[in-house]
Design a protein around this ligand. Structure first.
Ligand code: RUQ
Ligand code: CUA
Length: 631
């Protein structure tokens, strides 16, 4: 980051803090009836000082101060995304995606079920890789894209509201793993790997021994439409992936080129490969109709197996895992996993490779030894790389250009430091490090084991997300962050890139389906409190404003299917209401100016209380009403 940028950021921070003081002053006066003390000059000065200190990379964020970065953490088998403040490592919010969420009603409300679509019946997910959309190789703050390995899906999160807005099941493949975005010129596509090979077609007609027909596909998805643009059939399986900074190439690692179906078969070969996809050639092949369809759907599948013009296979040692593009735009770094090396692939040489002027291995400009079990590599703004060593339980800091020089001159030492982490790191990530704006300030190591680092909590241990200061010559561990299952990956983006809404826009597409349904019922959601009876279907529309619902009683008949739709009329930020129908397995969130709805069967006779389950007011306990179910 240049001095100029830093000054701008400092100004940004100060402006934002002033805004927040105004806001806090107001709510303190209006909300709680407390007289807010005016900010004194000395208090302003101390805030400014605290901000200045942040730039010297202190991890301390004082109470009431804001973090400098948003961290987006994958929730692994929890199926969610978590927003974490960096450097405080405070968890700010959770975004339910593939999971069911009791607090917000994600997976229960009609709005979330519509977004989940054909997979609404799945209540689990295995979310590994959150990555933000970009423009010209820089985060643009618009979307976050994530994968679900468990149920072969991808999802999109809107960063203005921090809610999932699309979920897409991917056909023809099993287990979506690696996922990244096109960096340049903008995220027109994001793309993902299917890890497990399956028969093509997978129609139950092949035997368990018939593995020759098994394939993995690389899937390219239109980011705006959330539709599959095309898929590419490859040899071997696919693991992780990344894009170049030229808008031309995507690359994926493969760890099972053997086509094995058990462990020893999968790790037999000394070398597997990185597959490089040529985007322009793939797009042209789709246009020219050079694809096939499989499994009875009309997704275009291109043939990118060995020998195809669409791909190149670069042999690398042995079961490579992560692949990461250096922010210089010059290299892909493939991490060896079962080899103590990383393979540095020159992106500048890929044109020649695709024009058959050089051999695949000619693109590998160095294969430095970094330590045991290299999984993922992150980058700073000074030409250094940071590779997680799963087996050594370390981060290796090494210099990329020195590693390339050392390829021909063994006297050059490219390793800068090795630091113990606790323990067994998988991914690591630097602030802004997967973009042109890599700033070399913070590194997070996502450790899979915490062992004895925290108070014991039973046989299941937390993970340990460690915050490391990389702004100086030496990496310095500054914080241990216990985390629940399982932050595979994360990304950290400067807060200046993100603009969120503080209350809902009434025209938001998130609940537009519900608004349209209300309109058909002749309901004005902002004013009406009404029951519509449509045979066994009963639609209850009500408003809410702290501390009351617009309707506190209604009646239905036993066995009716009841849809309760609530519009929160409050316009004060943070005054979220809830709706819970006791003993019916139903609850949901309704934030200011939002409309939410939930459908259930009234299967119990008698009086059934409903209540607001989000603390909204001094009279929150009294915010309740009755449904009478006639037997
Ligand atoms: S992967 S620990 Cu699921 Cu991102 Cu490498
Ligand atoms: Cu409304 Cu609590």
């Amino acid at each position: 980051m240049s001095i100029n940028d830093q000054e701008n950021n400092a100004k940004d921070l100060e402006l934002e803090n002033q805004e927040r003081r105004k806001f806090f002053g107001k709510t303190a006066l209006v909300g709680a009836g407390v007289v807010a003390a005016p900010m004194t000059a000395a208090m302003f000065a101390s805030t400014a000082q605290a901000n200045a200190k942040e730039y010297a990379n202190t991890p301390t964020v004082h109470p009431g101060e804001l973090d400098e970065y948003y961290g987006f953490w994958s929730g692994g088998q929890s199926g969610e995304v978590r927003i974490v403040g960096i450097p405080s490592m405070r968890e700010l919010m959770r975004i339910p995606v593939f999971n069911y969420d009791s607090a917000t009603g994600w997976g229960a409300t009609n709005e979330s079920k519509a977004i989940k679509g054909d997979s609404a019946h799945f209540l689990n997910g295995d979310l590994h890789h959150p990555h933000m959309s970009m423009t010209d190789g820089r985060y643009n703050g618009k979307y976050l894209f994530v994968n679900d390995k468990a149920n072969t899906r991808v999802a999109r999160i809107r960063c203005d509201i921090m809610k999932t807005d699309k979920i897409l099941s991917i056909p023809n493949v099993q287990a979506i793993h690696g996922l990244r975005v096109q960096k340049v010129p903008y995220t027109k596509y994001f793309f993902c790997n299917s890890e497990f090979e399956i028969p093509m077609n997978n129609d139950g007609k092949s035997s368990l021994n018939d593995v020759d027909s098994y394939r993995s596909l690389f899937t390219v998805i239109d980011a705006e439409k959330m539709e599959i643009a095309f898929q590419v059939m490859v040899d071997g399986n696919l693991d992780n992936t990344d894009a170049d900074y030229g808008g031309k190439y995507f690359a994926s690692t493969c760890y099972n080129s053997e086509h094995g179906t058990n462990l020893s078969e999968m790790i037999a070969a000394e070398r597997d490969h990185v597959v490089v996809f040529n985007l322009a050639r793939c797009e042209a092949a789709v246009k020219a109709g050079k694809f096939k369809n499989y499994n009875g759907n009309n997704v275009p599948v291109l043939d990118g197996r060995k020998g195809s013009a669409l791909t190149r296979y670069i042999p690398v040692p042995k079961s490579p895992h992560g692949i990461n593009t250096a922010p210089s735009g010059k290299y892909f770094v493939a991490n060896g996993k079962l080899s103590p090396t990383v393979s540095i692939i020159s992106i500048e040489k890929l044109d020649d490779l695709f024009n058959d002027k050089i051999k695949p291995r000619d693109t590998v400009v160095a294969e430095p030894e970094v330590g045991l079990g290299p999984l993922h590599t992150a980058f700073d703004n000074k030409g250094n790389a940071y590779t997680t060593l799963f087996l050594d339980s370390q981060i290796a800091k090494w210099n990329v250009e020195d590693a390339i020089k050392a390829h021909n001159d063994e006297s050059i030492n490219y390793i800068r430091q090795k630091m113990d982490v606790n323990f067994q790191p998988g991914h690591n990530h630097t602030t802004m490090g997967e973009t042109r704006d890599a700033d070399g300030k913070w590194l997070v190591a996502l450790c899979k084991f915490s062992k004895d680092r925290f108070l014991p909590v039973g046989p299941l241990h937390p993970e340990n997300d460690q915050l490391i200061d990389i702004s100086g010559d030496e990496m310095k561990l500054v914080h241990d962050g216990p985390a629940f299952a399982e932050p595979h990956d994360c990304m950290m983006v400067h807060r200046s890139k993100i603009k969120t809404k503080k209350i809902w826009d009434r025209n938001d597409p998130f609940f537009a389906g519900t608004v349209a349904r209300a309109k058909k019922d002749g309901i004005n959601l902002m004013t009406d409190n009404k029951v519509i009876r449509d045979g066994k279907k009963v639609r209850v529309y009500m408003t809410s404003i702290a501390p009351t619902y617009g309707m506190n009683q209604f009646d239905v008949n036993l066995g009716d299917e009841v849809t309760v739709t609530i519009t929160n009329l409050d316009t004060i930020e943070d005054v979220t209401h809830g709706f819970c129908m006791t003993n019916h397995g139903v609850q949901m969130e309704i934030s200011p100016q939002e409309t939410s709805s939930v459908t259930f069967v009234a299967d119990k006779p008698g009086v059934q209380w409903f209540y607001c389950n989000w603390f909204c007011h001094a009279l929150h306990m009294e915010m309740r009403g009755r449904m009478l179910v006639h037997a």
